[in-house]
Design a protein. Structure first.
Length: 201
């Protein structure tokens, strides 16, 4: 099991990044909450990881905090929730927001995540009850950090669109959420604002 990865950040193609660790390039999928806080390419990065071994391959998921990884693992235990949906949940909600939604049994906040309908949201809230409460006090005051834009405006908009599509939103939803973005917005900030728009929709 690969539990922690330290290396040089080579590429950022949300939601996937590439990390060079001692000459080996690791492709890692990360939630947007982690992506926002990544350093610029060429900088050192440390991620807590979860390795999933399936018939169609080995998949590595990375997280900025152990709380995020713990929440991801709890989400995977819910029937009907796969890794892609779990990443989408953590991209739309911080761990503290998720813990709060579970504590208050607010299905409405989860239904806005692509891939989660009413029944799945209710099942998720039921199965996660009493499992995420410990993360709430430590993360309640945490804020999202937006990284500096590393690409030009046109490339940034393409990356934002691709990230939203990869998270499960359709092209109409993604383009609609991007309409109000400033022309020079960076990738991290653009994704954050688009997800905020989608969560209100």
């Amino acid at each position: 099991m690969i539990g922690r990865l330290t290396g040089t950040l080579l590429e950022k193609n949300p939601p996937q990044i590439l990390i060079d660790a001692h000459g080996v390039g690791y492709e890692v999928d990360v939630p947007m909450s982690t992506f926002y806080g990544l350093p610029a390419t060429g900088q050192a990065v440390v991620l807590h990881t979860h390795l999933a071994i399936r018939e169609d391959g080995h998949f590595l998921y990375g997280f900025a905090t152990t709380e995020e990884r713990a929440a991801f693992r709890q989400l995977l235990k819910v029937s009907g929730i796969g890794a892609r949906t779990a990443l989408a949940v953590l991209s739309g909600l911080s761990v503290s927001d998720l813990a709060q939604a579970v504590a208050l049994q607010e299905a409405g906040r989860l239904i806005k995540v692509p891939g989660i309908g009413k029944k799945t949201a209710e099942r998720l809230l039921l199965e996660l009850r009493d499992k995420l409460g410990g993360a709430l006090p430590t993360l309640a005051g945490s804020a999202i950090r937006a990284g500096a834009p590393a690409t030009g405006p046109a490339d940034a908009r393409t990356d934002i669109l691709n990230a939203l599509l990869a998270l499960g939103y359709n092209e109409r939803e993604a383009l609609g959420a991007m309409k109000g973005l400033d022309a020079g917005v960076g990738v991290s900030e653009g994704i954050r604002l688009a997800l905020r728009h989608l969560s209100k929709g």
